[in-house]
Design a protein. Structure first.
Length: 292
């Protein structure tokens, strides 16, 4: 049975895995994201050290990226605010080191694909995956196809109305108070002076999170009509957020969008990823199996 490599290239950590086209992980590793040269070298070394060769590798990357085949910057991480990583040709470097075909997409599009194949979105052709962590990003499958266009979705940089009384300037270096600037993990830390993991479940921080994420999800639901919405990332480890976000979505839609999954079964409509923190690297394996 052929084996495939998957890389989830995150702004905080890299996760690499070797597995089958059925999503069976045989080996995996996680390590911090450092400078491009040493981080990519460590990822390549993991695959090179495995006793069985891989047939292809899929990279599920933080962005923005260029996923357009034929583009002169295909396979690049482009205008990212991640220090030192802008304009990094990650796909070409990995391909040269390993000598195998490379598939490339956003981490969230890949996670959506993995959840579609093996997780919460199995059996659903249109789904949305939103990650809330170091940054905020959204990926989607529409009628079974990963969503691309002029580039790729950048759902974390939409603008949503401010929560009443919120005077925080936002921390996005490009847009200030976009969704990522107001509701990402770094935004929580900057706003409250401490990491979100140390805040109690009753803290006002989570009311703000539910406000921004709930309003953003409403916009995505009304635009894409997903059959399920999956919320992953480190911030969403705060399980109290799920009922708060669901309530925000229902109350602000006010019964306008007559979809039973939203009106009467929202607990199974806005959900955590079944694949947990493995969704991204499993998405990489899914990408790789399609190009081998």
């Amino acid at each position: 049975m052929p084996l495939f490599g998957g890389i989830e290239a995150g702004g905080t950590k890299f996760a690499c895995a070797i597995g089958t086209e059925a999503g069976d992980i045989r080996a995996s590793v996680r390590f911090p994201t450092r400078d491009p040269a040493s981080t990519i070298a460590e990822a390549a070394a993991f695959f090179q050290a495995h006793p069985e060769p891989i047939s292809a590798v899929g990279i599920a990357s933080f962005g923005p990226i260029d996923p357009r085949l034929g583009s002169p910057t295909y396979g690049y991480i482009t205008s990212t605010p991640k220090k030192g990583w802008a304009h990094t040709p990650i796909a070409a470097v990995i391909g040269d080191r390993l000598g195998v075909p490379v598939a490339f997409d956003t981490d969230v599009n890949a996670a959506a694909l993995a959840e579609h194949l093996w997780g919460a979105a199995r059996g659903r052709d249109t789904c949305l995956y939103l990650t809330v962590g170091t940054g905020i990003g959204g990926g989607a499958l529409v009628q079974g196809r990963r969503l691309h266009g002029a580039l790729h979705p950048e759902m974390g940089h939409v603008f949503v109305p401010r929560a009443p009384g919120d005077t925080f300037d936002g921390c996005c270096p490009f847009h200030g108070d976009c969704l990522e600037g107001m509701a990402s993990g770094p935004a929580i830390s900057a706003r409250w002076g401490q990491d979100g993991a140390s805040l109690p479940a009753s803290h006002t921080a989570w009311k703000y999170e539910a406000h921004y994420l709930g309003l953003a999800i409403i916009g995505f639901v009304l635009t894409l009509a997903p059959e399920i919405v999956i919320l992953g990332g480190g911030v969403m480890h705060q399980q109290q957020l799920f009922p708060m976000i669901r309530q925000m979505v229902q109350s602000r839609l006010r019964g306008y969008y007559q979809v039973p999954a939203i009106t009467s079964a929202i607990d199974t409509y806005i959900v955590p990823p079944t694949l947990g923190d493995n969704a991204g690297m499993l998405g990489g394996i899914a990408l790789a199996s399609a190009v081998a």
